[in-house]
Every structure is written in C-alpha cells, then in structure tokens.
Design a protein around this ligand. Structure first.
Ligand code: SRM
Ligand code: SF4
Length: 590
C-alpha cells in the first residue's frame, strides 16, 4: 500500500513494540502507575516504569550493590532518578533551593546538571516520589515530559546577553515551543498534586496552535491533540539557538531551530534543521549517529505549526515496531530530506520557505565573570561532569546554596553541564568570590581548559544501561591527559573530550574531538576528528582500548599535531584534515 500523503510505501504491518500497547492502555499516562503509586512496594512493575518516564522519572537500582545483594538473596536496591523541565536551562533561585533541599532530604545528597540543561536528583525512594514531585510543582517547577516518548527539554544558549535580541528570542521561543509540544493530559497533576488547580497562564499565541489530523493515530477529540493516545514512537529532542552559537549542539537534535534577526534586531524567523540524533548500539550496523539537515525557514507566525507538522509526521510515520529504529533521524535518513520535506509540507498545508544562508558556528565557552550588557554581570561556573556535591576539598553544593540564599540569583544551566549565575549586581562580585573561595571552589582560570570543556555521562552506579564507568573514570583520564598536553606544550588547548559508559551517547561523544565510548568494562571505543564547533561527526579510530592506555595511544598523535598543525587549528580539525588512516600506523600499543 502507498501512503496517500507522501507517495511513499506504507510500512508493512508488523508486530508493534511492546511499549506501544503500554502507552495505549495507560489512559493518557495514568495506569498502572496511579494504582502502583498507592501500593506499599519498593519499586514499580515494567509497564508502570514506562509510564513513569513521561512524568520525568526513571526507576534505577544501585549497581555497585547488585551482586552483593543477589548473593545475599536480597532484591535490588531500588530508587528513582528525577529530571526537571527547564526550557533553556532557566532555574529561578527559589526552585534551585527547593531542588537542593529535596536532594538532601530525599535524594543521595547530590544534584546533577545534565547535557540538556536540566537538573537530575538521584536516589529517591518510591514512597517519597509524590512528596518530591509535588514540592517541585508547588515551586512552579515541573518534571513533565523530561523522559518518555514525547518532546524532551528544549535547549537554548544559556548566556544572558541582554543587548543581544537574538539570545532573548531563543530563550523566549524555547519556553513557548516547550508549551506547544507538552503533553496535555491532566494525569500529571492528578498523580502528583491530587489534581489541585495549578495557575498556568495561557499564552494565546501558543494555545491557538492547529491540530494535525493523523493517519492511524486518533487525535480528534483526544485529550492529547498532538500526540494521541500512543504518543510518539520514541523520544524527541529540540533545541533553538542563534546564528553563530552552537553551544546546544544543534546538529544532534530531532529539530534544531536557528534564530535569524534583521540588522536592527527584529526577529525575521527561524532556519529549521531536522533528523539529528546520536544513539547507537555496538555491533548493530543499522544504528548510527546522524547530523540534522536543513529543512527550510519559517517566520514567527508560522513556526508553531511547522514544528507541530514535523512532530506529526514522525508520530504517524516513525517506526513503532523496532525501538532501535524509531528515532526521527532514521525516518529522515530512509526517506531522504526531500521526501521528508514534502510530507511536512502536506501536513502543514503549504510549501516551506527556503533555508537561509547563515554565519558559521563557533565554539563559545561562557565561563568566568562576564558582562551581561545591562550593567549586570554573570558568572559561569565549571561543574565537573555536572555533579554538584560537597567533598572534603570543595563544598560546591554549600557554596551554591549560600549564594542562592543571599543573592537570589537566577541560574541558567548550560548544555555542557555548567552553571551560569546571572543578574549579578557588580557590587556583589567580591562577596560571591569570597563564598566560592571559602568553600574551595576553584576559579575558572585555575581549571585546565580541557576539564572546562569536557564532559561525561553518569553511567555507573545509577544508569541501568551502563557497560562501564564514565563520570567516575573521566577525571583521572583528564588528569593524565593534562599532564601529557603539558609535556608537549599544549596545556592551554581546550580539547573537547566526551566520555560515555555505553554507545547511547548521552554526553554527545560522537561530536567531540576525542570521544570515549564504553564497550566492555574498563574499555572504550575511541572516536577522533569531531570539531570543537559541533558541526561534524567524529569517526571510529580504535574499536577497543583499555582506559589506562588512552594517553599512551594519544602521545604520538599529539606529537604530530603539535608539529604539523596550522595556526589555531584544533586537534579535531587536524585529525579530520590529515585523516585517521594516516594516524593509525603511529599507534604502538602492547
Ligand atoms: Fe541519555 C538513556 C542520562 C542526554 C541518548 N540517558 C539515558 C538514561 C535515562 C538510561 C536509561 O534509559 O535507563 C540515562 C540515565 C543515567 C542516570 O543515572 O542519570 C541517561 N542522557 C542522560 C543524561 C543525564 C547524561 C548527562 O550526562 O547529562 C542526559 C540527560 C538529558 C536531559 O536532561 O534530558 C542525557 N541522552 C542524552 C543525549 C544528549 C542530548 O540529548 O543532547 C543523548 C544523545 C542524543 C540523542 O538522543 O540522540 C542521549 N539516553 C540516550 C539514549 C539513546 C537514544 C537513541 O536514540 O538510541 C538512551 C537509551 C534509550 O533511549 O533507549 C538514553
Ligand atoms: Fe547511561 Fe549510556 Fe547514557 Fe551513559 S551514555 S548515561 S551509560 S545510557
């Protein structure tokens, strides 16, 4: 059979993935979660776990304790990880203080900033989940749709440049699009605050969005006018940035929007990219990272409908049989961008405007003290692997709490797990510096550049999918690498290293200059040749290397880089220019 909309053969009907039945039976994200929430148990069943994700929570267990507990005949040490919904990474001080306190009282005592500008709290017991999510909602925060088969947290550059209208538009539209793409079900409020009315001001621009009638998905008259009762085939990610600033890794998104303005700062519209995504599975060649491709341009009046049309195409044509092939990147890849554009135009009801020429992206670290442009300052703090905690040498968590309590500064989370403290009165600069010094928090100038720009995913012990360490392994790798860079007079290089404990790619390693992707315990696949500007994928250099051999492997490459690089050339650009085939013979590993 041929799809009437696109002229493309419809997928041969095959068995749906088991999550599809769970979503359909859930009564718009209620059951069996609501029933199990009332039960006195330590954990949820598998169907409830899948629905729980849409509410922003993952069920996990302490993997460090798994073996010992199994041997002792005990069940797993279950707890919940919770993720906040903060479009553009914007977190008001009262919400931060609530999260800080909840992580102390009900979590594992740490907070974690993520690669999509959200906060995670790990270690919450099932019995405390309602109190924790309820408290966040009461502070006008949310965890809705930060996981599950829906649009996730929308990213935007965090920098609060007040004289740059394009930055303000990116933040503003991140919030508006987050509303447009949010699930409409009341289940979230029914479950977590007993359906108490929550005052959410309605944005008329957003609430007038058109409904896209689907093929096979019932949306007319549905409580979910965009998603229907099956929601999307898979997770969905969107980001919005400004021309030249790729801090959000725009090419890794299902939908990437780039704000374009007139010379006087008026909003012209948005360049639209589609079909990016990074997740893959070792040994499954049919899974791979892909960069987003240009789709077209939309004016501010058109953008909500165009974005919803794109989502509706994925809703109706994305693969619902095989979750490994269900991301929109595979649909765009299989159809090709022209057929995908045709489908979007048919849903939207009109031709899309052409993608506009725009300036190239540059790397934009925003750490240290900076001017906002309105007389106020902001301070970018480098948070190693996003973990906010107190250790004997550095009480970062206490320092942030004290700053939030004394100065009530709004926070912005960056896409690289860092934090910007914003709207700082210059008169408070010294006091804030003093709090940080007293608590042992290093100023950015004393943190090696590669540590500032690198990141690792959480992996063990919380992530159920981790094959090996990441957050706990990267600091030592970077320490050794920093020593090696120093020997070669390269210590000032902001080399982008990203490590993950499995190939899912949560720290976006396939866009790094050096990507370390867990393949077996203590072993990593090595990716080289990505760009510090995030517009190119790295390639596999070695299939498997022990963590202790990473610096040995890099030594001859860095030596050649130091000898042969062009002025200002980064390691990633150098590797890409000379080619990995030329670099492989340099490696001598025992
Ligand atoms: Fe991720 C699953 C952590 C950003 C691709 N990711 C997971 C889970 C929830 C494991 C699970 O499903 O049980 C991890 C929880 C670990 C833990 O203990 O906290 C997890 N992902 C993270 C975070 C916290 C990593 C971090 O260092 O910050 C990031 C949270 C983002 C957020 O706030 O929403 C995170 N994950 C990403 C990204 C990067 C991004 O979105 O920009 C990617 C690659 C981009 C992409 O999606 O294509 C990513 N995560 C995945 C995948 C593979 C998806 C795929 O298409 O194959 C999985 C596994 C899955 O979905 O089946 C996954
Ligand atoms: Fe877990 Fe893998 Fe994501 Fe790391 S990359 S957090 S190990 S799913």
């Amino acid at each position: 059979m041929v799809d009437t909309l696109t002229g493309i053969p419809a997928p041969v009907s095959a068995k749906l993935a088991k999550n599809e039945a769970i979503k359909t039976a859930s009564n718009f994200l209620r059951e069996p979660l609501a029933t199990e929430l009332r039960q006195d148990t330590s954990h949820f069943s598998e169907p409830a776990v899948q629905i729980l994700k849409f509410h922003g929570t993952y069920q996990q267990d302490n993997r460090d304790a798994r073996q010992e507990r199994r041997q002792a005949g005990l069940e797993r040490d279950y707890s919940m990880m919770l993720r906040t919904r903060v479009p553009g990474g914007h977190v008001p001080a009262p919400l931060y203080l609530t999260l800080d306190q909840l992580s102390e009282t009900y979590g594992n005592g740490t907070l974690r900033t993520t690669t999509r500008q959200t906060f995670q709290i790990h270690g919450i017991l099932k019995q405390n989940l309602k109190t924790v999510i309820g408290s966040i909602i009461q502070q006008m925060g949310s965890t809705l749709a930060t996981c599950g088969d829906v649009n996730r947290n929308i990213m935007a550059p965090a920098a609060p440049y007040q004289q740059r209208p394009d930055y303000r538009y990116a933040q503003e539209y991140a919030h508006k699009l987050a509303d447009v793409l949010a699930p409409h079900t009341r289940a979230y409020y029914e479950l977590w605050v007993d359906d108490q009315p929550i005052e959410i001001p309605e944005d008329p621009e957003v609430s007038q969005a058109k409904q896209f009638v689907g093929q096979g998905v019932q949306v007319v008259g549905s409580p979910e006018p965009l998603y229907g009762n099956q929601y999307l085939p898979r997770k969905f990610k969107a980001a919005i940035t400004v021309a030249g600033d790729n801090s959000v890794d725009i090419y890794s998104q299902d939908i990437g929007l780039v704000v374009l303005t007139t010379p006087t700062g008026k909003l012209k519209g948005f360049n639209i990219l589609v079909g990016g995504g990074l997740g893959r599975t070792h040994g499954k060649e049919e899974t791979f990272p892909l960069l987003a491709q240009p789709l077209g341009f939309a004016t501010p009046a058109e953008i909500y409908e165009v974005v919803q049309a794109i989502v509706a195409v994925q809703r109706d044509h994305g693969n619902r049989q095989d979750r490994r092939q269900a991301r929109m990147k595979y649909l765009v890849h299989q159809w090709g961008i022209r057929k995908f554009r045709r489908a979007v135009e048919q849903y939207y009801g009109s031709k899309l405007k052409r993608f506009r020429v725009m300036p190239e992206f540059v790397a934009k670290p925003e750490l240290g003290w900076r001017e906002q442009g309105d007389g106020q300052l902001f301070l970018g703090l480098s948070i190693e692997n996003g973990r906010i905690q107190d250790t004997p040498n550095c009480q970062l968590k206490t320092a942030l709490r004290e700053i939030a309590q004394h100065f009530a500064l709004p926070l912005r989370l960056t896409p690289t797990q860092d934090i910007l403290l914003t709207d700082i009165n210059p008169a408070h600069r010294e006091k804030i510096n003093q709090i940080l010094v007293d608590r042992g928090v290093l100023p950015v100038e004393r943190i090696p550049p590669l540590v500032q720009v690198s990141m690792a995913c959480p992996a063990l012990p919380t992530c159920g999918l981790a094959i090996t360490e990441s957050e706990r392994a990267l600091p030592d790798v970077l320490r050794r690498l920093h020593g090696l860079l120093g020997e070669l007079d390269l210590a000032h290089e902001p080399l982008v290293v990203r490590m993950t404990g499995c190939p899912n790619g949560c720290a976006r390693p396939y866009l790094a200059e050096l990507g370390l992707v867990g393949v077996t315990p203590e072993h990593y696949q090595i990716w080289l040749g990505g760009s510090p500007r995030g517009e190119r994928l790295a390639s596999v250099f070695l299939e498997k290397l022990h963590v202790d051999q990473i610096t040995t492997m890099l030594r001859p490459i860095l030596f050649c880089f130091q000898q042969e690089r062009y002025a200002q050339e980064s390691l990633g650009d150098y590797c890409h220019r000379v080619g990995l085939e030329r670099l492989r013979p340099l490696i001598t590993l025992e």
